[in-house]
Design a protein around this ligand. Structure first.
Ligand code: SAM
Length: 237
């Protein structure tokens, strides 16, 4: 089969993105493993270790899908707490950690909620699932300590809007993007859209300059596997 690179009109984009992720929601995690050869796990670990989350943190993971990044953040915070437990009483370790998983697709979120229950994560209310659009988020300004968007920014229609939204909240912001992304099995139209979104996504340098334009400071990026994937970060100071 051959695929042309027909331009996809803007208003079509969200529908196509919706189709892709509704079609794949139940197989999304398996598909991720197959398509990245399991590497997405290491990339996400790396993202979270760069983020360095802390107990009591309020974090927003946008385009959070089935919760992979959020679970890692909570796991890491729990590790930090376990280590600290040797010095302090368990009562003192009660914290206000809140990790929000925001995604435009309710099917992805419901797969995520099931996975969280299976892992016994978020039972104490630290994990919150929110349906929402990265381009117009509903949280108040400066209400988060951190923001991540992993394998999601290239699915949005207006990257600048997403970055402006990111800047409203946080002190840190991190994102992980594939330069060569996943090619999802789906209907032809959605597939074609995905191929195109990968082809059109700005280079690492260009994306970094867009993050600077949104107001972030100390913007950096790290290429992984020779630049197939990159982790961009910036601080709101
Ligand atoms: N972050 C997860 C991960 O790395 O496993 C999921 C990544 S998945 C490739 C992309 C996600 O972006 C999908 O769950 C999709 O529903 C979501 N998405 C696409 N456009 C969005 C938007 N405008 N706002 C919020 N989420 C969006």
């Amino acid at each position: 089969t051959s695929f042309g690179f027909k331009e996809v009109p803007e208003e079509e984009k969200s529908r196509l993105v919706g189709n892709v992720f509704s079609n794949v929601a139940s197989n999304y995690d398996l598909m991720n493993d197959l398509m990245s050869g399991g590497l997405h796990r290491l990339w996400k670990d790396r993202l979270v270790s760069e983020l360095n989350p802390f107990p009591g943190m309020k974090h927003l993971d946008v385009a959070g899908g089935t919760g992979d990044v959020a679970f890692r953040i909570l796991d890491r915070i729990n590790d930090v707490k376990r280590r600290a437990m040797q010095d302090v009483r368990e009562d003192d370790l009660q914290d206000q950690t809140q990790v929000y998983v925001c995604d435009i697709n309710p099917r992805m979120l419901s797969v995520g909620k099931k996975r969280a229950i299976e892992r016994g994560l978020g039972e104490e209310g630290s994990l919150i699932w929110v349906e929402g659009d990265a381009e117009a988020l509903s949280f108040p300004d400066n209400s988060m300590d951190g923001y991540t968007i992993a394998f999601g920014i290239r699915n949005v229609t207006h990257i600048e809007k997403v970055l402006d939204e990111a800047y409203r909240y946080d002190y840190y912001s991190f994102s992980i993007i594939p330069a060569v992304g996943e090619l999802v099995v789906g209907d032809r139209e959605s597939y074609q859209y995905l191929v195109e979104s990968i082809r059109k996504f700005p280079s690492q340098e260009k994306f970094a300059s867009m993050i600077v334009d949104a107001g972030f400071q100390k913007v950096e990026y790290e290429n992984l596997v020779g630049g197939v994937v990159a982790i961009h970060s910036g601080l709101k100071l």
